[in-house]
Design a protein around this ligand. Sequence first.
Ligand code: NAP
Length: 446
Amino acid sequence: MTEILQAVVEGAGGEELAGLPMPDAYRAAFVRRDEVGMFEGLASDAKDPRKSLHVGEVALPKLAPDEAYVAVMASAINFNTVWTSIFEPLPTFGFLDRLGKEGEWGARHALDYHVVGSDASGVVLRTGSLVRNWKPGDRVTVHCNYVDDQDPTAHDDSMLALNQRIWGFESNFGGLADVAVVKANQLMPKPTHLSWEEAAVNALCNSTAYRMLVSRNGAPVTQGDRVLVWGASGGLGSFAVQYVLNAGGIPIGVVSSAAKAELLNDLGVEAVIDRSAAGYRFWKDEHTQDESEWRRLGKDIRGLVGEDPDIVFEHPGRQTMGASVFVAKRAGTIVTCAATSGYMIEYDNRHLWMRLKTIKGSHFANYREAWDANRQVCEGKIVPPLSAVFDLTEVGDAAFEVHHNRHEGKIGVRCLAPAEGLGIDDPELRAEVGEERITLFRRHDG
Ligand code: NAP
């Protein structure tokens, strides 16, 4: 990889890159099938990604005709890598085995190691014979919607495809590595004004938030809408609040510290609730929720923005869903894509039906949505919430931070990039968007 890296850093053209030999093996972060039982009997919090995530050499798989090899300059930690590394709710090897049954190319994925990671920025090194729109030398980011374009169910909204998968979570050869193997229809242009790390942290969370709050497939925000955003300075939330602001809506960001509240204010979010300071106890005990606490949250929201939220951006799940359904406005929508604190959800259905509310499920984004979300980043309308950068060798520590909610925004991971801050091709656009704005989360993290 040294030769490839040198060529990329020196700005080699596509022809030169295509002429360099691909290595037989590459460095990657992976979990191992023979270790899926290593945390048995432990509580989630005690399951330690630093023990289960390994970094080492793995064999480079053959390239399918519709795929590309990408030299990964940087990647990011997503919560799905935390799930994979603690083997919850299921070990991901079951996903790989299922994909392994899908013909010659699918069979490559069913291995005893799972190379993780669902984000990447980098440079295309090779393309398969069916790839038309990309070539070696292209600077790209990668989104994680992995679909088979020969599947008829993928041709309305590809997120509805029966065999839709998340790359690097439900497939192998993910982005936390020096080389990624991706389908050509996962590629998108790299934002020219961003560094490799800044460009690597957006695709997954940005596209997810876009589908939830911008696309017709979610709960699109309109001018003046009040939108309650849980985890508003986290991975999803930091994109969500930007989309609400861009749409002329009013975000109410919920966070768990004064420092995070200040960060949101700096991002332009005026209405912020510090849930730790407020001390909400939505659950009296493991089985019983407290409606008076939901009511207290509702009152706090009205105090800040005058009305109940038109939309609630949900992902914490069990801990907050009862409150989310309660506080949403009459005919409002609760749009949800996750359940970090537990997926067996309980809410009072009377508040849903009597007030004609809707719960809308959402999951990642189709190619078009990911592309449009990426365009917002390319044009500087959405800024990357990169708060910290770890080296690939420290991937376990990086996942540990996210697992324990010790981060803000997104954590970037340097793979091939030899230093931070490289890869910026358009300094003029960067200056136009504003260095201060682009680096807001990074400076805040110190
Ligand atoms: P993240 O960076 O960890 O941010 C989530 C934030 O939610 C946390 O920082 C925390 O913020 C808040 N939170 C966590 N537990 C909470 C609780 N019990 N009550 C209230 N707030 C809580 O993670 P993320 O990247 O935003 O992802 C969030 C979830 O969405 C994960 O489960 C992830 O797997 C899922 N996800 C799903 C999709 C999809 O396509 N379906 C895509 C991306 C992510 P404060 O402590 O500041 O309140």
